[in-house]
Design a protein around this ligand. Structure first.
Ligand code: GLV
Length: 309
């Protein structure tokens, strides 16, 4: 019985070490070395090539290395009868919390405007606001957004959130559904987008929805590039409807050379690094689920393909 590991890491050593330490009795195949394919029962993957999962005859569970599973769902040959498990692990959650808090504070304290001022040698104060007077909205209120919102709540921000179905989150005024989307956008001086990419969320941030933000709002995308109509974001930035943005994810990654986002004075571009799955805690999370599965218990964080996450 073996586990297939396929990531996009250049250095697999932390993964090999975590597997060796936490699953010493399991044999590990690190892609592209599949070994004896009949022995592979579990696969932990990021962006598997189309057909890879279907080529494993005795595969029982597919684990995603990422919180998002769009990189697995896009494989037309994905064996649809097998459960797919989203990654929920403390390292990823902690990293996302750090990045969201950093980005919200960056926009809250007008750092994009100060960067522009510095570029032209301008020494000029922008009237500051305190967190208690700043409204931050979240699109998506899963494990990652919930953890980040909890820290922003401690800082005193006024938080609004939007989820697919009704949900209670401590310290966050929650909205849902189509009407709720307009409500949360209208309240978001800083909008953090942390939705999964599904048929229902593709292009959710577009000309119409950017126009529903307060004028000059900041936009932080740490979900997926496909959530945004990029030309509409650019137009919203250029006319001032969106005042500044932090973009960690793009429709095409790596972001193409020559994309106007690279040099846009109001935009921070990062290369999809907001949160990284950490080998040690991720393997612990996968192994806990494998033990549940082998004991005949329900696994945690199994994807519901009807919902799309
Ligand atoms: C990264 O993008 C993830 O899905 O965790």
């Amino acid at each position: 019985m073996s586990i297939l590991h396929k990531s996009d890491c250049t250095n697999e050593d932390p993964w090999r070490a975590a597997w060796a330490q936490q699953a010493p009795d399991r044999s590990l195949q690190v892609y592209p070395d599949l070994g004896e394919v009949e022995t592979i029962r579990y696969a932990l993957v990021w962006d598997p090539p189309a057909g890879l999962l279907a080529s494993l005859p005795n595969l029982e569970v597919i684990f995603s290395i990422g919180a998002g599973i769009d990189h697995i769902a896009k494989d037309p040959e994905r064996p649809k009868h097998l459960p797919v498990v989203r990654m929920v692990e403390d390292g990823l959650t902690a990293g996302m919390t750090e990045f969201v808090v950093l980005s919200v504070l960056w926009h809250h304290r007008d750092m994009a405007a100060y960067a522009v001022q510095q570029n032209s040698g301008l020494w000029q104060e922008i009237e500051p606001k305190l967190a208690k007077d700043r409204k931050v909205g979240f699109l998506g209120m899963g494990a990652l957004a919930g953890a980040a919102a909890a820290k922003l709540c401690i800082l005193g921000f006024r938080l609004h959130g939007w989820s697919r179905s009704p949900k209670q989150v401590p310290g966050v005024i929650m909205h849902h559904g189509e009407a709720g989307l307009a409500e949360v956008l209208g309240e978001s001086e800083i909008l953090v987008c942390l939705l999964p990419l599904t048929a229902a969320t593709e292009g959710i941030m577009n000309r119409r929805t950017f126009a529903q933000l307060p004028e000059g709002a900041a936009f932080v995308n740490v979900g997926r590039g496909g959530l945004v109509v990029e030309e509409d974001l650019l137009a919203a930035l250029n006319c001032g409807q969106v005042g500044s943005a932090t973009l960690d994810v793009f429709r095409q990654e790596p972001l193409r050379a020559g994309s106007p986002f690279w040099s846009h004075p109001k935009v921070v571009v990062t290369p999809h690094i907001a949160a990284k799955t950490m080998a040690e805690s991720a393997v612990a999370s996968v192994m806990a689920n494998i033990r549940r599965f082998e004991a005949g218990e329900a696994m945690l964080n199994v994807v519901d393909f009807e919902r799309g996450y």
